[in-house]
Design a protein around this ligand. Sequence first.
Ligand code: TYD
Ligand code: MG
Length: 469
Amino acid sequence: MAKLKTHFVCQECGGESAQWSGKCFECGAWNSLVEFKEAKLPKNSKSSSKMSSGEVPSIQSLNSFTHENFSKRVSSFFPEVDRVLGGGFLWNSLLLVGGIPGIGKSTLLLQIVGRLSKSYKCLIVSGEESGLQVADRAKRLGLDLDSIQFLSTNNLEEAESLIQNYEPDFIVVDSVQTLATSTLESSAGTISQIREITQKFLEIAKSRKCIVVMVGHVTKDGSLAGPKLLEHMVDAVFYFESLHEGALRILRTQKNRFGSANESAVFEMSEDGLVEVLNPSEQFLSERQRGVSGTSVAALVDGTRCFLVEIQALVQRCFQGFPRRTFQGIDQNRVALLLAVLEKYGIDFSNYDVYVKVAAGGRIEEAAADLAIAAALASARLDKSIPEDVLLLGEVSLTGGIRSVQHLDIRSKEASRMGFKKIIVSESGNSKKISVPMGAQVLKIKNIAQLKDQLWAKSYSTVNKEVGA
Ligand code: TYD
Ligand code: MG
């Protein structure tokens, strides 16, 4: 029986400690340390920390590594995925796609393989699904089953030897938590196993001309060691998450050695698999009612993408008990703060039920949406509609002052693209960063009192400043 060495590893950052503690010494996360017993490698087993290519390393000029065929990026044939990748896949790279189970990681990669396999030798190594299941899904997605090669195994050594013989250009490993090496006694999904699997696929990606994409599940309860522990080992990490409740998904870059670490792409899970959403704002605003009170539009930034979302507020007289405060997709403390500020500026909510939600199941986490939320609340309470071409960008301080927000350029560009003609911002903001087309207006306000004037004064003319680009 091999001797076990025990230590504790943080599920958040991978930091190690000889003793258990409630808080990770490295990253400060609470309750993230789990006991980890690492079995010694059985005798005769090869440690995979050595490169297996068998080549003797030598010192060469960088120029000798450039090769036209290698330096060209490989398109995924999904323009949005290519953008997130930084222009396509790069040869010899190891990528990790993380996300909660059922979010659509396998579907996305199967669709990419479906398109890539027309030009490249692609192999899916799955420890999760059988060939029958994957074939059934591929058929439903309308993919060419003949060109996609599939291997169902949980054994790393088996996968490695078959990969050596088949020599694929593009390998999907689904998932890193379901493969195990027989050189370790621990079971699949443990920290030692997922590190070993990653190390092996890193060697494969670097030692032969191929691209490897590994799937890593993220579990909220930490029952599986997650992709976070592997982030430093791989070339790029992407997370696939739900953007809004429902079918929208977002692919976000967490780390990318070969491109921007601040990119994202939106998809919709449909009956025909994942479909790229080129214009998320249009989708979020598509069912907006015009000319009614209690609705406003905010611009949210995610990475380098901007989404316009509709905020809806309903304010009704409360006839008994305490007034209700019901919020969906917005932090209740944020709305409570805005209600208090509006009260201070003479808009009374004390005997009114207040309901606020983000349309289309959206979520707001940015303070940049404060002004839009405050405007929707005031609009609902005063029963006055906000002109449909007005977009509000600003953080509201406790004094009622309006503070400027970051990424004014990205937000105003998206607003202009979506046809908004009046952008209300903080007076302190840098208007040079605001890009609006000819004829559009940037309206600057100092505080909540001016918000009322701007929205519902008879004319916009007095304090408006026209900006042309
Ligand atoms: P999957 O790719 O298996 O998720 P993951 O690999 O991240 O665990 O996604 C499974 C979900 O996607 C499942 O709930 C069904 C749904 N789905 C569709 O809605 N349409 C489709 O065409 C496909 C293939 C899956
Ligand atoms: Mg899967």
